[in-house]
Design a protein around this ligand. Structure first.
Ligand code: KG4
Ligand code: ZN
Length: 329
């Protein structure tokens, strides 16, 4: 039994998993409401909230898994990337717990967690991983667990970050991603033709800041948009972003001759992205695994799943290991 903690940003999360892939509980205590007045995550506030929320979240994870503390065989925590003051809370707690009952500690890369999230209840197979979150937009060639090659990256804003910034520009509440999607369902995606940056760049990298700036210029031209215009701007922006994401993921699968694509990260909640990638993958005869919406935004189940692979291989971490806000996959 593994107890995993996730505290890289503004979600305090704990999960219990029986290796290799039997998830027994996953609790996420969201701080979104605390950060909403500031329009983004305030690191100082996030770490203070992690301190308050961690213990009850762990207790809830253990009780809903019907597992006692003594039954835990390893403690895992996210060690990066993320906010250092937030990472430190979960990381230090997991290390302290592991010392208290002399059980191993396992440090997990948050991005590896996202990569594993579409494989929560199945074996990890060779695939192209598309991770679209608030901090990253990555295409990763996965040969097997722990054998990763980043083949595409965002040169500027992450896709989720662009969603959040456009949401903020349009006066929507934080986080912008889900709000932009809500507005987009009422809008016309063809009203504004935002640039499909790097769609035909010949590589697998992304750039979203140009699209975001185009929305800003269009907004300046319009002045104060009416309700329908806000919806149309959201729909047009969303359609540009998802078209690029899907095309590049398919290109990657073709280029590396891999028959499976796995989609993960917070933006994987987006219904239009899910629908478009399903349609295109099926047209190309590719297998598609999409993370369950529940596990697409930050959670500890995905950290536990990655930890279970390390646990099976006895890949434990030193208690001296540090957190790394810029940890790469
Ligand atoms: O994976 P995640 O929880 O955190 C990071 O590791 O960054 O992703 C959060 C991101 C935010 O930018 C949020 O706006 C975006 O995922 N997001 C969405 C949707 N739900 C969450 N973006 C677009 N459409 C959504 N439905
Ligand atoms: Zn994340």
């Amino acid at each position: 039994m593994i107890l995993a903690l996730e505290s890289s940003c503004d979600e305090t999360a704990a999960a219990v998993l029986s290796p290799p892939s039997k998830l027994l509980s996953s609790i996420v205590s969201s701080q979104a409401k605390e950060h909403e007045p500031y329009g983004g995550v305030v690191p100082e506030l996030a770490s203070r909230n992690h301190l308050v929320l961690l213990r009850p979240t762990v207790e809830k994870a253990l009780s809903s898994a019907s597992v006692t503390f003594d039954e835990i065989e390893a403690f895992a925590a996210t060690s990066g990337p993320g906010l250092s003051s937030s990472l430190l809370i979960g990381n230090t707690a997991a290390k302290a717990l592991s010392i208290s009952i002399q059980k191993p500690f396992i440090a997990i890369n948050h991005m590896e967690g996202h990569l594993c999230s579409p494989f929560l209840d199945m074996e990890i197979k060779p695939h192209i991983g598309l991770i679209v979150s608030g901090g990253h937009t990555l295409l990763v060639k996965v040969k097997q667990f722990n054998d990763y090659q980043v083949i595409g990256n965002s040169l500027d804003d992450a896709a989720g970050e662009a969603f959040d910034k456009v949401g903020k520009m349009l006066g929507l509440s934080y986080p912008g991603g889900p709000e932009v999607e809500k507005e987009a369902t009422k809008g016309d995606s063809k009203r504004y033709n935002f640039p499909r940056s790097m769609l035909n760049s010949g590589d697998l990298n992304f750039s979203f800041s140009g699209i975001k700036t185009s929305v800003l210029y269009k907004l300046k031209e319009i002045g104060t948009p009416d309700k329908q215009t806000v919806s149309d701007l959201c729909a047009s922006f969303q359609s540009a972003v998802i078209e690029i994401l899907v095309k590049k993921a398919l290109n990657a699968a073709k280029l590396y001759n891999l028959p499976t694509i796995a989609l993960s990260g917070g933006v994987a909640c987006n219904g239009s992205l899910r629908n478009l990638i399903k349609k295109k993958a099926s047209e190309e005869g590719l297998e598609l695994l999409i993370v369950d919406k529940k596990y697409s935004t930050d959670n500890a189940a995905m950290i536990a799943r990655a930890a279970s692979e390390r646990f099976i291989r006895k890949q434990f971490s030193s208690l001296d290991s540090d957190v790394n806000p810029n940890l790469k996959i």
